[in-house]
Write a protein that binds this ligand. Structure first.
Ligand code: SF4
Length: 292
C-alpha cells in the first residue's frame, strides 16, 4: 500500500469534483513538521521508500521546501501532486493568503516526480472539473515549461470524467507534445465531499474509460512507455492517507455517506494517528516496503 500524506488544506483551485478529503477537515489543521519528520524517519527505517505529498496543495504549505529537504536527507523518493501555480508566480488564495512563488529549481531537484493536473485541451473543457484560475491551460503549460528548464520529472495527471470524454483525442495530442516523464489517467471516482456531491456530473462507466484509453493509445501509437491508466477497480485499497489531523486511513467509496456527502471517519476506519508514537508500527504494517 502506498503512503499519501496531506501537508496542506489550502489549494490554488476549487474544483467542482474535488476528491480530496483534506477539504472536509476542520479548517487550520496541519501536522507540525517535526512530528511529520520523526514519523517519516521511522517509516523509512522500517523500509518504506516512496511517499506522495498531496493536500490541498503542498505548495501552499509555507515550509514546503524545508520539509522536502528533510525528507530528501532521510532518503525518500518523493512524488508531489500540485496544481503548480506558485511555480510561476505569487498566488492569492481567497482574501487573506498569498502564496509566494517557490524556487522552481529547488522543487525540480528535491521532488522525484511532480504531478501536474491537465484535464482538457482548452480552458472551457479544463474548467468543467477544475475551477478558479482564469487561464488555467496556459498556466499549466507555463508551469511545465518552467520545470523543464531544471530537468524536473513531470507526471501529467488527468481525471477522465463525463465532461472531457469527447476531448480525449485533442488532450492526448497536447500531452504528447509536452516534455514529460509520465501521463497518468484516472477514471473519475466519487471520493471526497465534492466528488460525491457532483458524482452525477462526472462519473463515467468502465466502458467509457476504456474508450478514452483506446483514443489515447491511438494518438500515442500504442507506445505505453509513458502512460498509466488507473481504472477505479484497480485503485481499491491501493493507498493509505495521512490527513492534516494525523489520522491514517484507507479511502474507499463504500465509506462515503451519500446523505451527508462526506466520509465516515471513525474508530473502525482510522488505523492510527501519527501524533501517537504507539500507532506507528500498526500504520507502517500496511505499507509497501523495499529495502535497498
Ligand atoms: S481536486 Fe485537487 S486541485 Fe482541485 S481543489 Fe481539490 S485538491 Fe485542489
Amino acid at each position: 500500500m502506498h503512503l499519501n500524506i496531506f501537508v496542506s488544506q489550502s489549494c490554488f483551485l476549487h474544483c467542482k469534483g474535488c476528491y480530496s478529503f483534506s477539504r472536509e477537515e476542520e479548517k487550520g489543521q496541519k501536522i507540525p513538521t517535526n512530528i511529520l519528520i520523526d514519523f517519516l524517519q521511522f517509516v523509512y527505517d522500517e523500509g518504506v521508500r516512496k511517499i506522495t505529498l498531496c493536500g490541498g496543495d503542498p505548495l501552499t504549505r509555507c515550509d514546503i521546501i524545508a520539509l522536502l529537504e528533510k525528507m530528501k536527507e532521510i532518503g525518500f523518493c518523493i512524488s508531489m501532486d500540485t496544481v503548480g501555480s506558485a511555480i510561476i508566480k505569487d498566488v492569492a488564495i481567497g482574501k487573506h493568503l498569498i502564496v509566494k512563488q517557490v524556487n522552481a529549481e529547488k522543487i525540480a531537484k528535491l521532488v522525484d516526480m511532480i504531478g501536474i493536473p491537465i484535464d482538457g485541451s482548452t480552458n472551457e473543457i479544463f474548467k468543467r472539473f477544475r475551477q478558479t484560475r482564469a487561464d488555467l491551460i496556459n498556466e499549466q503549460l507555463a508551469i511545465c515549461q518552467e520545470l523543464n528548464k531544471y530537468g524536473a520529472n513531470i507526471c501529467i495527471n488527468t481525471v477522465a470524467h463525463k465532461g472531457n470524454l469527447e476531448n480525449a483525442y485533442e488532450l492526448a495530442k497536447l500531452v504528447k507534445s509536452l516534455v514529460v516523464s509520465e501521463w497518468q489517467i484516472f477514471q473519475y471516482e466519487p471520493l471526497g465531499k465534492f466528488g460525491l456531491m457532483n458524482k452525477d456530473i462526472f462519473e463515467i462507466t468502465d466502458k467509457q474509460f476504456s474508450d478514452f484509453q483506446s483514443t489515447v493509445l491511438e494518438v500515442f501509437d500504442n507506445d505505453i512507455s509513458k502512460l498509466q491508466f488507473k481504472a477505479s477497480h484497480n485503485r481499491k485499497n491501493a493507498y493509505m492517507l495521512i490527513d492534516n489531523s494525523g489520522n491514517a486511513w484507507i479511502p474507499s467509496s463504500e465509506n462515503m455517506s451519500t446523505s451527508k456527502f462526506s466520509y465516515i471517519l471513525n474508530d473502525n476506519v482510522i488505523i492510527g494517528n501519527i501524533t501517537n508514537i504507539d500507532d506507528w508500527h500498526k500504520i507502517c504494517s500496511y505499507l509497501d516496503r523495499k529495502f535497498i
